[in-house]
Design a protein around this ligand. Structure first.
Ligand code: NAP
Length: 316
């Protein structure tokens, strides 16, 4: 079967570690099943894997990809929940492509309970954008950020997959949303989603109740300064650098909560799908590539010049 595979680790030029070619069909352990992938999407996670972050050399070659939607052996249209219980990992779980082969292949094996029915009104491409970036944003806003208790949200680095998801979801939840981006074109696009777009570091008209932080060092001080008393600053990533300075005086004086966040549960992914249908929210898709152009899709994501998700259509 065709697959996109990490065959090396290159911290500086991650695309050099990518091989697109043939891979053996997946083993299917007891309790697992196989999904015929119709659509997948890329995440920054895949770039980290190619850099060797979270994917040590002894696990190579590894099929990349966390996100997919497709068809199970009974013909059901399904979305794949990418978190797999994993006794071999110190966290007790791993993401597809970390220890078990990922979704950027014509077939992917997953535990049966990881399949969620795909609603008819959500396309395969849209569904394939939800399991990592959108689920992460949903979990950050709801379970971690308790956004229902507040009325305003700041999203840093608005162009990213997690960030566009957070903006679209927070707007759909009726919150006042502010978003930063370094790029004026992305600021225009995020404004069209319903956010007030500002330059990185700009003073906001109000302090916010929840900050969605996935950029890290370049934006973290602004996240702290933009937080209202009692606000939650929820961090899921550090694309721009993971060593940031924390003003502890501000942390305690403003009673801020600084929260780490990873992914979300299977039930949250099901709830997210429901919310997308009920409120007519759909993932922001930057671009769609046929699987034969998967290397171009990676290059586009790595360029950082994206607004929303980079999706892969396996039927083309
Ligand atoms: N913990 C989890 O479960 C989890 C889940 C998903 C993602 N993540 C992490 O979250 C991060 C975002 O993921 P993603 O898939 O959304 O990535 P992405 O689509 O590649 O988005 C990255 C965005 O970050 C901003 N950015 C990048 N470098 C920056 C810099 N030096 N200064 C300021 N902004 C910068 C850019 O926004 P602008 O160009 O608009 O400024 C860019 O659009 C990644 O680090 C990823 O590993 C974690």
């Amino acid at each position: 079967m065709r697959a996109a595979i990490a065959t090396a680790a290159d911290p500086d030029q991650p695309l050099r570690a990518l091989t697109v070619g043939e891979a053996p069909e997946p083993d299917v352990p007891a309790g697992w099943t196989v999904v015929e992938v119709r659509a997948a999407s890329l995440n920054h996670h895949d770039i980290w894997s190619l850099r060797g972050v979270g994917l040590p050399p002894d696990r190579l070659p590894m099929i990349l990809g966390c996100d997919a939607a497709g068809v199970d052996p009974d013909g059901n249209e399904v979305v794949v929940y990418p978190v797999v219980a994993d006794k071999g990992d110190p966290r007790g779980y791993s993401l597809l492509s970390e220890r078990f082969p990922g979704t950027l292949a014509e077939l992917v094996a997953v535990p049966r309970e990881n399949l969620i029915p795909k609603p008819a009104g959500v396309s395969f491409l849209e569904a394939a954008c939800l399991p990592t970036a959108w689920l992460t944003a949903f979990h950050m806003l709801t379970t971690r950020g308790r956004v229902a208790e507040g009325s305003s949200v700041l999203v840093q680095g608005a162009g990213g997959g997690v960030a566009t998801a957070a903006v679209a979801l927070a707007v759909a939840m009726g919150k006042r949303v502010y978003a930063t981006s370094r790029d004026s074109g992305k600021r225009e696009r995020v404004a069209a989603l319903g956010a007030t777009a500002v330059e990185p570091g700009a003073r906001l008209p109000e302090r916010v109740d929840v900050v969605i932080e996935s950029v890290g060092a370049p934006t973290f001080d602004h996240s702290m300064k933009s937080a209202a008393p009692g606000a939650r600053i929820v961090v899921c990533g550090a694309t721009g650098g993971h060593l940031a300075t924390v003003d502890l005086r501000r942390l305690f004086a403003m009673r801020l909560e600084l929260l780490g966040s990873t992914m979300g549960t299977r039930d949250e992914l099901a709830a997210l799908l429901e919310l997308c249908v009920e409120r007519d929210v759909r993932p922001v898709i930057d671009s769609t590539y046929g699987f034969s152009a998967v290397a171009d899709a990676f290059a586009h994501l790595e360029s950082g010049d994206v607004f929303g998700k980079v999706a892969l259509d396996f039927l083309h």
